[in-house]
Design a protein around this ligand. Sequence first.
Ligand code: ZN
Ligand code: ZN
Length: 315
Amino acid sequence: MNIRNVVLGCLLICFSCKEDPGINRKLPLPNSPYITILGIAQDGGYPHINNNSEFEQVEDDSSLKELVVSLGLVDPINQKKFLFEATPDMPEQLSNLERNYLKTDKIIDGIFLTHAHMGHYTGLMHLGREAMGSKNISVMAMPRMKTFLETNGPWEQLVSLENIKILPLKEDVSVQVTKKLKVTPFLVPHRDEYSETVGYKIDGPNKSALFIPDIDKWSKWERDLLTEVEKVDYAFLDATFFAEGEIPRPMSEVPHPFVEETVNAFAKADSTTKSKVIFIHFNHSNPALDQNFEERRKLESMGFRFANQGGVYKL
Ligand SMILES: [Zn+2]
Ligand SMILES: [Zn+2]
């Protein structure tokens, strides 16, 4: 076994224990449905292309490698597991899910996609002829996303060779994935070049979660963020950028709610509501990727949380 991986693994677990009670890996896994975090980075991952210093930091263990945003949804009672997003890191994430969470005879029981940006669907390529050559893996997609996959190479080959089977989703219509778990897509405003974009509500036997990895701005959403978060127990929210000026190109080209803006939306909320917010989908430029970033610590003291790979949230 590679020593570096062992060290990284220990670091991950230790950070997990320290940072968030939801992810204390010393605790046994729940024997009822839960969400586990399989990746927290924005589409480009961390380290990021054209950033040698990030690669060096990961190499010398001064930073952690972060996989692209993905959630695992596990139902140990019904022995089923689902993936949210098919990221470029999907092989590692599926292996993690299988080895560390739920081992079954099926690699995955279904993959829910949010939209056609590179970090969120291109992992499907690993299911094709050049790699796994899977048979009828269920992929849940909204209408434009489904058409996009069915009518553009190389994705249409996954459909014609029946590596994947696309099950259509409808806005605000729930899918009962197991007896205890329900998943509901809802539209969010985003740069919809190739597909619409959805977030998901995940309902478990006792708790529920929102997953909105990408959205342009909260003000463009027809729903009110605070009201929606109050209705659930966890809200995994787009934290691509911390603040204006973070990347050296016009940030209006890639609109996302800044962490600062999301925090402002909770100005009048109590700390219980704030603690439902779990930031995720961090661009490599986001200083909050560093657990010691002062502003991050300040937000954590107010109740806000930051997702870490390995985090487990009971539903
Ligand atoms: Zn994204
Ligand atoms: Zn996107």
